[in-house]
Design a protein around this ligand. Structure first.
Ligand code: DQA
Length: 147
């Protein structure tokens, strides 16, 4: 029996536009479709999903604080905050459960400013470059981690 019962899925700025924004880079699927993929993958593991997308760093920091003690794990695609938000880094550091970082694209193969992640050091691992399949992989990674 897994101890992970509730997972918070966080999406950062501009990811509300998925499906419309640079579909050649991020794919045609919408944010709702990625949330459903994650929810279905979690349901197979007997876990439930909470989901937040925000374009505001403060709102994401607040959601991570609220997750302390109420959520067992976090899956986060921080969008561009990945590359510079030490506030999100610090908030995630205050969360004691496992954290998986997800990117639809492969930032390492893109512009230089995307090569740094300030979230990666506080995650158990990063899944990048597999499009929406990355969310299913993130759920698998969470549940296999520490088994
Ligand atoms: C992204 C990669 C980031 O560099 C970018 O700013 C995004 C999306 C991804 O999922 O590939 O908004 O996180």
């Amino acid at each position: 029996m897994s101890l992970i019962k509730t997972v918070l899925l966080i999406h950062g700025p501009n990811l509300n536009l998925l499906g419309q924004r640079e579909p050649d880079v991020y794919g045609a699927a919408t944010l709702s479709e990625h949330i459903k993929t994650t929810q279905d993958a979690l349901a197979k593991q007997g876990a439930s999903l909470q989901s937040l997308q925000s374009n505001s760093e403060a709102q994401i920091v607040d959601a991570i604080h609220e997750a302390r003690g109420s959520v067992d794990a976090i899956i986060i695609n921080p969008g561009a905050f990945t590359h510079y938000s030490w506030a999100i880094h610090d908030a995630l550091k205050s969360f004691s459960g496992p954290i998986v970082e997800v990117h639809l694209s492969n930032p390492a193969a893109r512009e230089t400013f995307r090569h740094t992640s300030v979230v990666a050091p506080v995650a158990i691992g990063t899944i990048a470059g597999f499009g929406g399949h990355g969310y299913e992989l993130a759920v698998q990674a969470l549940f296999r981690h520490g088994q």
